[in-house]
Design a protein around this ligand. Structure first.
Ligand code: G6Q
Length: 521
């Protein structure tokens, strides 16, 4: 069954939220923090994750009304449909089953009356067996040497997820070198080919459709480069593919046994949990890949089973709607205090903006309210020395998610302490700012009395800027699985709240068609 079709702005909750916004807008975070229990009242712990959302411009009534909104758009019904394989990607007539990819429970998930779980298990076994062979050195290249380098050739959903995860979990990496070719830019491809040896490199072509111009052009070019030193009979030892399009893969010259499956019920941007994650499994070992899946499943269970008030993806989605639709915030920042997560903001940009960048509702009508948020961000503390000025003192309200870890991986405590001191300092500075009085005192103490009148207004920080703190114990495959899955569900909830279809991407396809036309002329 399809998702229900409910215009959120016509619900009672929306109307009440509109009135409530005027009340809240008069209060500051400083006022709210007079309540000693605020942090514990607005915190949730799930698995190894602690969410502190106390530094948001909300009170209990706000949360009650937002939860009421979730109920009035029938979020619970939508969640059930999402997990059980209903055709919720209505415009493409498909189920949306990235959650089934990591599920270890016994429940059947039916697509066209058939359980998809056995297919998933078979594919995972194939990924495991293949990864083990390559990592152990048993898989040989055409001159009998073991593989040293893997090149993932894919773009968008067939690149961003695996690339981000391999970068994020490099601490857990084995000796294989991983490379990612995505852009249709010969220079980018050449730079990678410069550093690899055809005798010891494995190419993983990832394309759900196997028609994507960038990927196929790069794959053809790389195959020709390979054939300069090897023969067509050697292709099978060096090229594998992940795709739904068996015919196109075979005619490219890849052996049937070297094809890893993909399915229409998994969207590209949610596919890293499938064979699309082959490069992850090769780079980190299958056990770590499985841990990543387990982490995602942990968050799936939390999302499925927890009441909305204590449900991390639901709360984050509701807060985001609160700022997007009531405060008219234009963007949201994602700020991981972890260098390993440097690719996480751009990964999320695709997941979030491709999913919820829609302006037609489930009635086929143009929406009259704001939908998809603009996501951007970068790692702390670096960004403090770059764009944070605008977040602190600019004219825009930019709600931010701070992501941090209690422990570092190599145990450099001094650096980690300083990193996390910055994490908390930024959150506090945004929330509480610096008053005129404080600035006055500071300038007076430093003996800058004559400059007080001139400098005071520039040194004031208004504060009252919202943020969330998402704190994990440490960065592991499991906690990363938690984090990615959390945002996947946040995306889903927002799509339900906005009454849009989150799982198509017609906006991406138009550009692809036009580029082909232009090339023909
Ligand atoms: C993701 C999008 C898009 C897609 C790429 C690659 O959800 O659909 O980013 O992943 O265009 O498509 P192929 O995997 O078909 O090459």
């Amino acid at each position: 069954m399809a998702l229900q079709n409910i215009n959120p702005t016509k619900t009672d909750a929306w109307k009440e939220l509109t009135d409530h916004f005027n009340e809240i807008n008069e209060h500051t975070l400083k006022d709210f923090f007079k309540d000693q229990n605020r942090v514990s009242d607005f915190s949730i712990t799930a698995n190894s994750l602690e969410l502190d959302y106390s530094k948001n411009r909300i009170n209990q009534k706000t949360m009650d009304l937002l939860v009421k909104l979730a109920n009035q758009v029938e979020l619970k019904d939508a969640i059930n449909k999402y997990f059980s394989g209903d055709v919720i990607n209505d415009t493409e007539e498909r189920a949306v089953l990235h959650t089934a990819l990591r599920s270890t429970n016994e429940d059947e998930v039916l697509v066209d009356g058939k359980d998809v779980k056995p297919k998933i298990q078979t594919a995972l076994r194939k990924v495991r067996a293949f990864s083990n062979k390559v990592i152990s050195g048993k898989w040989k290249g055409y001159t009998g040497k073991s593989i040293t380098d893997i090149v993932n050739i894919g773009i968008g959903g067939s690149d961003l997820g695996p690339d981000m995860v391999v970068e994020a979990l490099q601490f857990y990496k084995n000796k294989l070198n991983s490379h990612f070719v995505s852009n249709i830019d010969g220079d980018h491809v050449s730079e990678i080919l410069k550093n690899i040896d055809p005798e010891t490199t494995l190419f993983v072509i990832v394309s759900k459709t196997f028609t994507t111009q960038e990927t196929i052009t790069n794959a053809e070019y790389i195959k020709n480069w390979f054939l300069k030193s090897a023969s067509v009979f050697d292709v099978a030892k060096h090229f594998v593919a992940v795709s739904t399009n068996l015919e196109a893969v075979t005619s490219f010259g890849i052996e049937k046994s070297n094809i890893f499956p993909m399915w229409n019920w998994v969207g590209g941007r949610f596919s890293l949990w499938s064979s699309v994650g082959l490069s992850i499994s090769l780079s980190l070992g299958f056990e770590n890949f499985r841990e990543l899946l387990d982490g995602a499943e942990e968050m799936d269970n939390h999302f499925k089973e927890t009441s909305f008030e204590k449900n991390i993806p639901v709360v984050l989605a509701l807060l985001s709607v609160w700022y997007n639709n009531f405060f008219n915030a234009e963007t949201e920042a994602v700020l991981p205090y972890c260098q390993y997560l440097s690719k996480f903001p751009s990964y999320l940009q695709q997941a979030i903006m491709e999913s919820n960048g829609k302006s037609v509702d489930r009635n086929g009508e143009k929406v009259t309210y704001q939908t998809g948020t603009i996501i951007w961000g970068s790692v702390g503390a670096n960004m403090q020395h770059a764009f944070m000025q605008l977040v602190h003192q600019g004219t825009k309200m930019i709600p931010a998610d701070f992501i941090g870890y209690k422990k570092s991986l190599y145990g450099l405590t001094d650096s980690h302490k300083k990193l996390m001191a910055n994490y908390y300092a930024q959150i506090d500075a945004l929330a509480f700012g610096k008053t005129k009085e404080e600035v006055h005192l500071e300038l007076k103490t430093s003996g800058d009395l004559d400059k007080i009148n001139k400098l005071l207004p520039y040194k004031v920080f208004e504060g009252n800027k919202p943020s969330n703190s998402l704190l994990f114990e440490t960065l592991t495959p499991k906690s990363l699985g938690n984090l990615i899955s959390l945002y996947e569900h946040k995306i889903f909830v927002q799509g339900v709240l906005w009454n849009i279809y989150s799982y198509d991407q017609f906006g991406v396809e138009l550009g692809k068609e036009l580029a082909k036309k232009i090339l023909k002329n």
